[in-house]
Design a protein. Structure first.
Lengths: 250, 484
């Protein structure tokens, strides 16, 4: 699905990613954990195509295509989805209008006809139920006046609507209470198939009780320094990151 | 990742031509340039006007000569040379069109390009827009006239109204915008050539949108039209106005006067989509749009102005309401977009005279390129206007680092029972918002259009359906390639 090879990236002259390697196959869920400032969100931004970041070295193969050569919108249309840590508000633009535009732009890219209003609304009903998103929120302006939890649920709702090949969840658990966490995780699990993959970026092990990862990676100082299974997450929760830093120092 | 597309795209769009920049090749009757009493007498004679109207023109002209062109607006331009303008240009076709079939094929083609398909309208039943088309100085075609007549509604060109309903015109013309009101209103009063006239009788609710389409075609001319809308007691009308002009290197002058009269319990909704040629990306050419629009409200009546301003090199325009009758309501909804070197100084005046009068002002300015966009508004509550209320909201959106947005709100309140609220915001279009849209697969141009339309939603919602779609498209076109 995605193969990241020796990725280096900097912002404002400062190198954040320093030779990152990661391969995610279809059907897998990978968790990326790591201390503050390790480069977790940078990785998500670089993959999504945020322009402030400059890739200086390395390659990213996304389903056979060179991801780094693609424009942000084409990456999305080809099935890369980023659930934002801080979803953006767009006043005056209804959630449904926003999503319909997004879906139709993707369909146009794939030379398909626009979705019919009937099919679209049926899909809205089905997918909003998945994350227990109030139907009223679907017709409100994108994220405007949404609570923190609603914004995160809205991200997963959008993910369900767009049905991506690869979803990157950037700290989707931050700011969620336990009920919202369960709802969000349930949404992600329901959407899981052997054709798509998920990268979960998180600080805490808590989310991984609900979304069971196949692999857990530790990102530290711009590189993946340790890879394990879900037990690694528990170990990190218990012992913190210092022992890994110590291991690396030796 | 390559940055090629964005730069290329921005460049392509910059060079993109103004969609309505064509000229129509029809013979026209155009008098030599220059302004004098003779010219005014010529225009008046050409239109076979009664003596009182000629007197009105000459009186206005004498007063205009004493007046000085206003300079208080936040716009800079080379003042027009009033002797270098031709004040009368008419498509050469002396007889008045009796039916659509008589209209010159070239003219029909023009209208088709502009999206005014009267033929289609004729065919379709249940359509709800009646159109008056004014090219250069004269009105060339008005549709649905007979159908409206059955209800007693008069909707015709101003010239026809002068001939057929002289008393109605005489009694109302100049009562809201006196000829001495300002420099451009005086000029218009002296040399106006045509425009639209509309009268809705007592208690009649006009069943369709009335629409006038203004078009400047000839070079070296100015367009000076007058619109007069009278809604008698308890009447209702929704009126639309659209404007385009060919692409020329010269600056052409458009100085119109619009007067609205809403008698007791009447309501007038007046919507404008202004898309005069804005000049090119270097600021060459474009229309000078100096317009005086004002309405007066009787008791319990309502006047609502909605405007989407995307064209013109320089705009100077303040559609206003005089809330004379008790409980009357004035509204002003505006979207003004400026790009490249366009300058707009626009807003409204709400003059509260009657008791319990209410006014609402929603202004959305969008500046791009190196343009300057100003909101200028006056809320004046007089002593007798007890318990009056005003709510104003002025938002500015900046698309680049080189443009300007300015707000000049004037507030005068002379009694203690009234309430005035003013809110204002200025923001730059968010890179975060654009990135968010792109990450969902929405391209940059579409993203900007989505964000801007969302920003203007409160105003666009006020437009009649047919117009709202056109306005949305226009906003997107005006702002293409504008984020910097």
């Amino acid at each position: 699905m995605i193969k990241i090879n020796n990725l280096h990236a900097k912002i404002e002259g400062k190198e954040i990613l320093k030779g990152l390697n990661l391969e995610v196959k279809a059907g897998e869920i990978h968790a990326i954990m790591g201390p503050n400032g390790a480069g977790k969100s940078t990785l998500a931004s670089v993959l999504a195509g945020r322009e402030e970041y400059e890739v200086t070295e390395g390659s990213v193969d996304f389903d056979g295509a060179d991801l780094l050569e693609m424009d942000t919108e084409d990456r999305a249309r080809e099935g890369l989805f980023l659930a934002f840590q801080y979803p953006v508000e767009i006043p005056g633009v209804s959630n449904v209008n926003f999503l319909r535009t997004a879906i139709n732009e993707t369909r146009e890219h794939k030379k398909e006809d626009p979705i019919s209003a009937k099919d679209f609304m049926a899909m809205v009903r089905e997918k909003s139920a998945l994350v227990e998103l109030d139907a009223k929120l679907a017709s409100r302006s994108v994220n405007e006046g949404f609570s923190g939890g609603e914004k995160k649920r809205n991200e997963i709702f959008q993910m369900a609507m767009l049905n991506p090949k690869l979803a990157i969840l950037d700290e989707t658990d931050s700011g969620l209470d336990i009920d919202a966490l369960r709802i969000v995780a349930n949404g992600v699990n329901t959407l899981k198939s052997d054709k798509n993959a998920t990268i979960v970026i998180t600080h805490y092990q808590r989310l991984l009780d609900y979304i069971i990862p196949d692999f857990v990676h530790v990102l530290y100082d711009g590189k993946i320094v340790k890879t394990g299974t879900k037990e690694l997450a528990l170990e990190l929760e218990e012992k913190g990151y210092d022992w890994i830093k110590a291991e690396l120092a030796n | 990742m390559s940055n090629y597309t964005e730069n290329e795209l921005a460049k392509d769009l910059e060079d993109q031509e103004y969609e309505f920049g064509f000229t129509t090749d029809i013979e026209s009757d155009k008098i030599p340039k220059g302004l004098s009493e003779e010219v005014i007498r010529f225009i008046s004679a050409k239109k076979e006007e009664p003596q009182w109207l000629l007197d009105f023109r000459l009186d206005s002209f004498r007063k205009w000569k004493e007046m000085i062109e206003p300079e208080w607006a936040h716009v800079h331009y080379a003042k027009p040379d009033f002797q270098d303008i031709s004040y009368y240009s008419a498509p050469k076709q002396t007889k008045k069109y009796e039916s659509w079939d008589d209209v010159d094929p070239e003219m029909k083609e023009t209208m088709k390009k502009l999206g005014i398909s009267m033929e289609e309208q004729k065919r379709l039943t249940g359509t709800n827009v009646a159109v008056d088309f004014v090219m250069d100085s004269v009105s060339v075609a008005t549709s649905f006239k007979s159908k409206l007549k059955e209800l007693g509604i008069i909707f015709c060109s101003f010239s026809e109204a002068v001939q057929d309903y002289p008393e109605l015109v005489r009694a109302n013309m100049g009562t809201v915008v006196p000829s001495t009101d300002n420099f451009y209103a005086a000029l218009n009063s002296a040399v106006f050539t045509d425009g639209s006239f509309c009268y809705i009788p007592k208690g009649v609710r006009c069943p369709m949108e009335l629409s006038t389409y203004f078009r400047i075609n000839e070079g070296g001319t100015g367009q000076f039209e007058r619109t007069l809308v009278v809604a008698d007691e308890g009447a209702y009308v929704s009126y639309l106005e659209g404007c385009t002009a060919p692409q020329r290197d010269e600056n052409q002058l458009h100085a119109a006067v619009v007067e609205l009269i809403a008698k007791d319990n009447a309501e007038i909704k007046y919507s404008t989509v202004q898309n005069w040629y804005p000049g090119d990306k270097n600021g060459v050419g474009g229309i000078f749009n100096f317009v005086t629009k004002r309405g007066i409200c009787g008791t319990n009546s309502k006047i609502s102005w909605t405007q989407v301003e995307t064209g013109s090199a320089v705009t100077w325009k303040y559609p206003s309401c005089i809330l004379k009758g008790d409980n009357s309501i004035g509204e002003f909804y505006s979207v003004a977009v400026t790009n490249h070197f366009q300058q707009a100084d626009t807003g409204t005046k709400m003059i509260h005279l009657g008791k319990n009068t209410k006014s609402t002002i929603i202004s959305k300015g969008i500046s791009a390129g190196k343009s300057q966009n100003s909101y200028r508004g006056l809320v004046q509550i007089h002593k007798g206007a007890t318990n009056s209320r005003n709510f104003s909201q002025c938002d500015s959106l900046l698309m680049t680092d080189e443009c300007g947005a300015h707000t000049f709100p004037y507030i005068e309140c002379k009694n203690s029972s009234s309430k005035i609220e003013h809110e204002a915001t200025t923001s730059k279009i968010g890179e975060d918002q654009i990135f968010y849209c792109k990450q969902r697969g929405i391209g940059e141009e579409k993203a900007i259009s989505l964000i801007v339309n969302g920003y203007c939603k409160e105003v666009l919602n006020q437009l009649p359906m047919e117009f709202a779609v056109e306005a949305q498209k226009l906003l997107s076109i005006s702002l293409e390639g504008s984020v910097g």
